[in-house]
Design a protein around this ligand. Structure first.
Ligand SMILES: Cc1ncc(COP(=O)(O)O)c(C=O)c1O
Length: 421
């Protein structure tokens, strides 16, 4: 049965009205935020949920008085929200400061099982948060790190090289990104996970750049661990780690003796960012609230509403990316990187402008009210393989609040930057 029939999604104009940051004016222009891959703006309801927690329920967890019990309930409810976003169970969701810290923590725990001769596979397409925590095991545990190549011309992963790496009979972990934060490439994660499991390896998926654009499904993907960050999908600065329950329970994780032993808390170190976690859940609720049923009735479950919303995000994002790709590709001196529009990718576009360091080009755009990131975005190997090590990449990330008008402003502004040389 198609539970999506009759569902619609709030318009971009309606979405924009929920984000107070879009009112900002810079050099006489309304700010167009294209820095979403670095961190998205936050809707008012998320800010209100965080303030409500701090004003009315603020306490440490696991005590007998009301604010502490309310905190326990809020954290549990947030695990539930995040579980629905990822299609997991609530006790498979742990929180932490950010994806990088959680990945160092997980790598250290998994590393306790590894020793000389064991191998971990990482990829050139990845953000270094999914490379360096594993590289640390080289030093600490004498583990081999194998790095799968990317194909610079297409921006894709070299799957033949992945097959070669997994053929190493001591591969114990495949650490792979679901989507490149630099150039938008989406990897076929179910395929990679199946290949890794076939080779006897566990899988860790970095879904930080994927989660704002497409709906994660850890059950379908069958990955063992996955991480994402709420500040990339309209929430505050909080990291999220999913692990299959049996994996969380069997990890030899660094922890304090009096801290809870049960899943998922055994993965969490110290007091958590409660207001941030509440905000992360509010971001999931906000996303789900964008689905409008026939006559205003919402779809049955939050996950179903998210499916409707993400389908629409995909349509809108693809159209925006196509408009941006086509517009920029007409401008001489602009080189676009990554998979072309229509390929499996997010609406995140990286380019270089002949004669311009990306930082200087970004300044020129900011003077026109366009906020676009520059550099390597910690996807340092990608920038290197694209020949942009010195000047960096200029990156435009579309978010749910990006309008066609803003895309046209980018195209005009880049044209002006090119002419200014
Ligand atoms: C693809 C990807 N992975 C990992 C990270 C690191 O995330 P965090 O800032 O939560 O540590 C980022 C941040 O930009 C990212 O884009």
């Amino acid at each position: 049965m198609d539970h999506r029939s009759g569902q619609t999604v709030a318009s971009t104009a309606e979405i924009r009205s929920a984000f107070p940051a879009l009112q900002r004016v810079c050099h006489g222009h309304h700010v167009a935020y294209f820095d979403g891959p670095g961190g998205t703006q936050v809707p008012r309801v998320v800010v209100e949920a965080m303030a409500d927690y701090l004003v009315h329920h603020n306490a440490n967890a696991h005590w007998a008085f009301p604010t502490s019990a309310e905190t326990d309930a809020a954290l549990w409810s947030a695990r539930g929200a995040m579980a629905e976003l990822l299609n997991a169970a609530a006790d498979e969701i742990a929180f932490g400061p950010n994806m990088t810290t959680l990945t160092f923590h997980l790598a250290r725990a998994l590393g306790r099982r590894l020793g000389p001769g064991d191998a971990v596979v990482v990829t050139e397409l990845d953000h270094h948060a999914n490379i360096d925590p594993w590289r640390a095991l080289e030093r600490e545990r004498d583990v081999n790190i194998l790095q799968v190549r990317m194909i610079p011309e297409t921006g894709e992963l070299d799957w033949d090289d992945l097959i070669r790496c997994l053929a190493d009979h001591r591969v114990r972990v495949l650490a792979i990104g679901a989507a490149s934060n630099a150039i938008g490439t989406i990897n076929d994660i179910p395929r990679a996970v199946a290949m890794a499991h076939e080779a006897g390896a566990l899988t860790f998926v970095d879904a930080v750049h994927f989660t704002p654009h497409q709906l994660v499904d850890v059950r379908e993907w069958d990955c063992d661990f996955l991480a994402c960050s709420a500040y990339k999908f309209y929430g505050p600065h909080v990291g999220v780690l999913y692990g299959k329950r049996e994996q969380i329970e069997s990890l030899d994780v660094p922890k304090l003796e009096p801290a809870p032993e049960s899943a998922p808390e055994r993965l969490e170190t110290g007091t958590q960012n409660h207001e941030g976690i509440v905000g992360a859940a509010a971001a999931v609720d906000y996303l789900a609230s964008l689905a409008i049923g026939p006559g205003g009735a919402p779809a049955r479950t939050r996950r179903q509403r998210l499916e409707v919303v993400y389908d629409e995000f995909h349509e809108r994002g693809s159209a925006l990316l196509r408009r941006l790709w086509d517009g920029l590709s007409m401008i001489g001196g602009v080189r676009l990187h990554g998979p072309p529009s229509g390929a499996p990718r997010t609406p995140t576009l990286a380019c270089t402008i002949a004669g311009w360091a990306s930082a200087d080009a970004s300044c020129q755009l900011a003077a026109r009210g366009i906020f676009a990131s520059h550099g390597n975005f910690y996807a340092m190997t990608v920038a290197k393989r694209l020949g942009a090590e010195r000047d960096g990449l200029l990156r435009f990330g579309c978010a749910c609040y990006t309008s066609e008008d803003e895309i046209d402003r980018v195209i005009d502004a880049v044209q002006a930057v090119v002419r200014a040389k």
